[in-house]
Design a protein around this ligand. Structure first.
Ligand code: SF4
Ligand code: SF4
Length: 179
C-alpha cells in the first residue's frame, strides 16, 4: 500500500457490503483454508498492524455494544474488588450465570461502556483485550468467528478486504457498496 490507507468505518456501509458479499466471503473462507498456516498468520498480522492504528475504537465501540461479554471467576473477583462491591452484589447487578458455570454480562451494550470508552479499562476481561484477535497466531482456526464479526468490526472488515487483495483473491463481480 503506497497511498495512506483509508479504512471503511461506516458500520451501515460495512453491513450492506457484508450482505451483498456473503457468497464471496464464503468462498474466501474456503480459499484461506487452503493456505499454509504461518503464511496466513504473517499476512493477517502484517495487515492488522497496518490497519488497526488507522481505526479509532473509541469512535466505534461496536464490539462493546453488540457482543456477549464472557468473564471468569478471577476476573469477576478482581473487578468487584475494584468497584468495592462484594461478589454477591456484583453478580446480582452485572452477571447472568449458566448451569455450567459460564458467566456473561447481563446487558448489551456492556455496563461499563460510557461515551464509547471502557470505564474499567485496567480491569477489562481477557476476551475484551483479545478482540478482534487478528494479532494472534492460528488465524485459520478462527476463520468462522472472524467472519461472524466481519460486519460489526471495522478492523476485521478492513483487514479481510485487504487480505483478499494481498492474496490476489478473485472477487465476485458485484457492484461495490464499500466506497
Ligand atoms: S468491559 Fe470494557 S472493553 Fe469489555 S465490553 Fe465492557 S466496555 Fe467493552
Ligand atoms: S475492535 Fe472493532 S468493533 Fe471493537 S471498537 Fe474497535 S473497530 Fe469497533
Amino acid at each position: 500500500m503506497n497511498a495512506p490507507f483509508k479504512p471503511q468505518t461506516d458500520l451501515t456501509a460495512i453491513a450492506n457490503f457484508a450482505q451483498t458479499h456473503q457468497a464471496e466471503n464464503d468462498r474466501f473462507s474456503a480459499f484461506i483454508k487452503e493456505y499454509n498456516d504461518e503464511a496466513i498468520d504473517a499476512k493477517v498480522q502484517e495487515l492488522d498492524a497496518l490497519i488497526s492504528p488507522t481505526i479509532s475504537c473509541t469512535d466505534c465501540g461496536n464490539c462493546c455494544k453488540s457482543l456477549m461479554v464472557c468473564l471468569n471467576e478471577s476476573e469477576a473477583d478482581r473487578l468487584s474488588a475494584h468497584l468495592t462491591l462484594d461478589r454477591a452484589d456484583f453478580d446480582a447487578r452485572y452477571l447472568e450465570k449458566g448451569s455450567n458455570g459460564m458467566m456473561i454480562m447481563n446487558q448489551m451494550p456492556c455496563h461499563f461502556l460510557n461515551d464509547n470508552k471502557c470505564t474499567i479499562y485496567e480491569y477489562r476481561f481477557e476476551g475484551c483485550k483479545e478482540f478482534p484477535a487478528l494479532h494472534l497466531p492460528h488465524f485459520k482456526r478462527r476463520v468462522f468467528t472472524t467472519f461472524m464479526h466481519y460486519d460489526r468490526c471495522p478492523i476485521i472488515f478492513n483487514v479481510v478486504e485487504a487480505l483478499k487483495s494481498a492474496m490476489a483473491f478473485e472477487r465476485d463481480q458485484i457492484e461495490s457498496s464499500k466506497n
